[in-house]
Write a protein that binds this ligand. Structure first.
Ligand code: PLP
Length: 399
């Protein structure tokens, strides 16, 4: 028997395709604006100082130890403080189910599986647009999907009215995925007042908010400030779910460290939910690799190392903000007749530029500049050295 003859290749991931095209281009001044991982002003990935310090401190840990329960609990507890607040009652009362996850992707996947098990007829509402993998994750978990309106192409900002309409018109008690800060791909976040209104409407509608927080710290440079949307929902008494990733804000992409937490009414519920999540994880990968968990736990629990980390997050976020200002400034100096305010209005790692697929194509073919076809620019790929070249190329293809 020829077992695999009926199989055709799966469609390529849009971001991996950009990386492939970039790598195949021999041009020495090519620019990769595809991948959403931090790069320094030389365009290089960096190992944060906090990671080096944590690594030195965990050197003596026994990685071969098979029981990872204690280190996992530490990770969960410390991660939860970032979401719910250092002195949160949620943590004191043990009112949440938290498990380590294989980065943000794994955390979303665990939640999608949990949703299917516990609410088999439910749907997930995803923002339009969103990180493309959200669609794949909930599809593979066999949860029905719908989108809700989010982005306004004219203003290149939030379509708040449409968002509220869609939240209102969804059946009561629906699951919604929200990006609490630094929305991917648009860089568009609701304001504090808008989050308050969203939270109130969720309360009226009894919706369940699931927050996917892959970029805490990248919107404002301050982790607490970036959690403020979540804190509003907590104050309003919602039960929430939250996926966290340390891939970007600790530069630990390859270690796949994340956390999923689900808020419950009481400890009894929390114990039940946690055991369900552990069972799902157990069938997929048993338990997570321990090295990255030890690193992150050390960074979060050692006050000196944590202070270093918070400073480094600020440095990364500030560099990205500076590049936004520089790109907009450069385009304006070139005399572009288009409005580029959205470059600095949007926040986080991405700029949803408004470039059309044809323009993106020209940038790659004529200027060796690579980004996804939706016109998303990873601002982390922009540096002092390449920003004027980039602005010039954008000006050429949009003039
Ligand atoms: N969620 C969002 C919104 C993202 O943009 C990403 C990464 O691009 C992820 C989750 C997953 O990140 P990771 O699995 O690398 O932590």
């Amino acid at each position: 028997i020829r077992w695999w003859d009926h199989v055709t290749p799966a469609p390529k991931d849009p971001i991996n395709s950009v990386t492939e095209a970039f790598l195949a281009d021999p041009c020495p001044y090519k620019i990769n604006l595809g991948v959403g991982a931090y790069r320094d002003d030389e365009g290089k990935p960096i190992v944060l100082q906090c990671v080096r310090e944590a690594q030195a401190k965990i050197e003596s840990s026994n990685f071969l130890e098979s029981n990872s329960t204690a280190v996992s609990s530490k990770l969960v507890e410390e991660s939860a403080k970032l979401v719910y607040g250092e002195d949160s009652d949620v943590i004191k009362e043990g009112r949440f189910a938290g498990v380590p996850a294989l980065s943000g992707t794994g955390a979303c996947h665990l939640f999608a599986e949990l949703q299917r098990r516990l609410y088999p007829n439910s749907r997930i509402y995803l923002p339009d647009p969103t990180w493309s993998n959200h669609h794949n994750i909930w599809r593979d978990a066999h949860v029905a999907k719908k989108t809700f309106r989010y982005y306004h192409p004219d203003s290149k900002g939030l379509d708040f009215m449409a968002l509220m309409d869609d939240v209102k018109n969804a059946p009561d008690g629906s699951f919604f995925l929200l990006h609490p800060c630094a929305h991917n791909p648009t860089g568009v976040d609701p304001s504090y007042e808008q989050w308050k209104e969203i939270s109130s409407l969720f309360k009226v509608k009894n919706h369940f908010p699931f927050f996917d927080m892959a970029y805490q710290g990248f919107a404002s440079g301050d982790l607490e400030r970036d959690a403020r949307a979540i804190r509003i929902f907590l104050e309003d008494g919602h039960l929430i779910g939250c996926a966290q990733s340390f891939a970007k804000n600790m530069g630990l992409y390859g270690h796949r460290v994340g956390c999923l937490s689900v808020l419950c009414d009481d400890k009894t519920q929390a114990v039940a939910i946690k055991s369900q999540l552990q069972q799902i994880a157990r069938t997929m990968y048993g338990s997570p690799p321990i090295h990255g968990i030890l690193l992150v736990s050390k960074i979060l629990s050692d006050p000196d190392i944590k202070a270093t980390w918070l400073k480094e997050v600020k440095v990364m976020a500030t560099r990205v903000q500076r590049m936004r200002a520089a790109l907009r400034d450069s385009l304006e100096k070139l005399g572009s007749s288009l409005d580029w305010q959205h470059i600095t209005n949007q926040v986080g790692m991405f700029c949803f530029s408004g470039l059309t697929p044809d323009e993106v194509d020209r940038l790659a073919k004529e200027f060796h500049i690579y980004m996804t076809y939706d016109g998303r620019i990873s601002m982390a790929g922009v540096t002092t050295k390449n920003v004027d070249y980039l602005a010039n190329a954008i000006h050429e293809v949009t003039a």
